[in-house]
Design a protein around this ligand. Structure first.
Ligand code: NAD
Length: 416
């Protein structure tokens, strides 16, 4: 069976073909640096004890301390955590951040937990992994199923264990506890910055129709930013289903429907919106398809039905390599995950810097630095596209690999 990790590694191996690399560097990157598994046992509100499997993978630290989110989801497994940690390694390198890559996860349905159970599980995670993480070693952040509250509990637990307040151990915290302004919409804003900067190259025009799969943190903010810039949001989905409004949604109404009804599907029947099956969203008539849910959502079975000319990967690994080939033949451009959704980790880096300096940046400073970073690295990726005549995804991995390899080279041969 081909796993998510196999698919992720495949992209790195393809990129290596375009570089004159010491094969030893790629060999090293085929294996994770460190994979830790733990059992987290917590007392539930009803007095019973439940155990959950948890993982933390530090994939590679050539460029610096490792960085990556913690996911709470029922399908979390070692392969997925390792694949996402490898993606983080590449993403930090693409953005030229002084970080390696990591990922963590707990096999749990977060919706099944009460607020207090969520807190106990978050603190248990830190007790189990305190020896792995640290502000100079491995810095977690939120991911699917975790949020700023989770990060606050985790930072507090770590600070208690080490006996000193350590905000830089984790990012994505509430602003009141040292979180950065602008972290909430950073992932969507990073992609938005590239879309605006490269609008001409990507053939994007005002009024372009957008379908968004996944209406959580990344998808919701993307909808707001694109709507404000004159794009038309014509379809959105979440885990409960999808809604389609060919004339475009009123974003205020859509956000209210999601907030009050718990799902975008509660928008159906109002303002020209009708419910469609969740898996029909990718095939909706539109110019841009933003994927902001989970991995492997576009595969060889549905890639051929896509009408959009541009796919924006806000999620990690939403398009399989087989689908990549189909979409390439259809001339669909893919803004790849390790560049498109890197705004999140970039502002996480800003948060880490602010925590270490005891500083606070204004929202304008964060937005300006994010825009500069996204445009700079998008230019670097596009330069490889032009020089080597390769797709954006391969170019992004070439850029990442060249930076990781340069760090490995500089570290010398002692570690081999
Ligand atoms: P989230 O939990 O806030 O939102 C996920 C959304 O996807 C929810 O609306 C959920 O209902 C929906 N969803 C789940 N299964 C679905 C399905 N089968 N069809 C349609 N929708 C479905 O998570 P998020 O933080 O927005 O992250 C989304 C993706 O973006 C993940 O792949 C994550 O790794 C990636 N990402 C997020 C960030 C960030 O800063 N939030 C940064 C980088 C990458």
């Amino acid at each position: 069976m081909v796993t998510l990790f196999d698919n992720t590694l495949k992209r790195l191996v393809e990129a290596a073909e375009h570089l004159d690399l010491d094969p030893g560097f790629l060999e090293k990157l085929k294996k994770a640096l460190e994979m830790t598994q733990a059992r987290l046992s917590i007392r539930m509100d009803d007095g019973s004890i439940k155990s959950f499997l948890a993982f933390r993978c530090r994939y590679d630290d050539s460029l610096g301390p490792t960085k990556g989110g913690i996911r709470f989801h029922q399908q979390v497994n070692a392969d997925e955590v390792m694949a996402l940690a490898l993606m983080m390694t590449s993403k930090c390198a693409v953005m030229d951040l002084p970080f390696g890559g990591a990922k963590g996860g707990v096999m749990v349905d977060p919706h099944s937990l009460s607020n207090m159970e969520h807190e106990r599980l978050s603190r248990a995670f830190i007790r189990a992994f305190a020896h792995v993480i640290g502000p100079d070693r491995d810095i977690p952040a939120p991911d699917v199923g975790t949020n700023e509250k989770t990060m606050a509990w985790m930072m507090d637990e770590y600070s208690t264990i080490v006996g000193k307040r350590t905000p830089a151990v984790i990012t994505g915290k509430p602003v009141a506890l040292g979180g950065s302004l602008g972290r909430d919409d950073a992932t969507a804003r990073g992609a938005y910055n590239i879309m605006q900067n490269k609008a001409h190259t990507l053939g994007l025009e005002r009024g372009a129709r957008v379908a968004i799969q996944g209406f959580g943190n990344a998808g919701m903010h993307m909808a707001q930013l694109l709507d404000a810039a004159g794009y038309k949001i014509v379809a959105v989905s979440d885990s409960k289903g999808a809604v389609h409004a060919p004339a475009g949604f009123d974003i205020g109404e859509l956000l209210a429907a999601k907030r009050c009804g718990g799902s975008v599907t509660s928008m159906a029947g109002s303002a020209g919106a009708s419910e469609i099956p969740g898996d029909a969203l990718v095939a909706v008539e539109c110019e841009v398809l933003a994927l902001a849910a989970l991995e492997n959502m576009v595969h060889k079975g549905n890639a051929g039905s896509i009408k959009a000319r541009l796919i924006v990967e806000l999620a990690n690994g939403p398009v399989t390599p087989e689908a990549d080939e189909i979409l390439k033949a259809m001339n669909v451009v893919i803004l790849p995950d390790i560049l498109a959704n890197a705004g999140g980790v970039t502002v996480s880096y800003f948060e880490w810097v602010q925590n270490r300096e005891g500083d606070r940046w204004t929202l304008d400073q964060v937005h300006a630095r994010l825009k500069t970073a996204m445009e700079r690295e998008a230019d670097a990726v596009w330069a490889y596209v032009r020089d080597k005549n390769i797709p954006l995804r391969t170019a992004a991995y070439v850029l990442a690999l060249s930076r990781i390899a340069a760090a490995m080279e500089a570290l010398g041969t002692e570690k081999f």
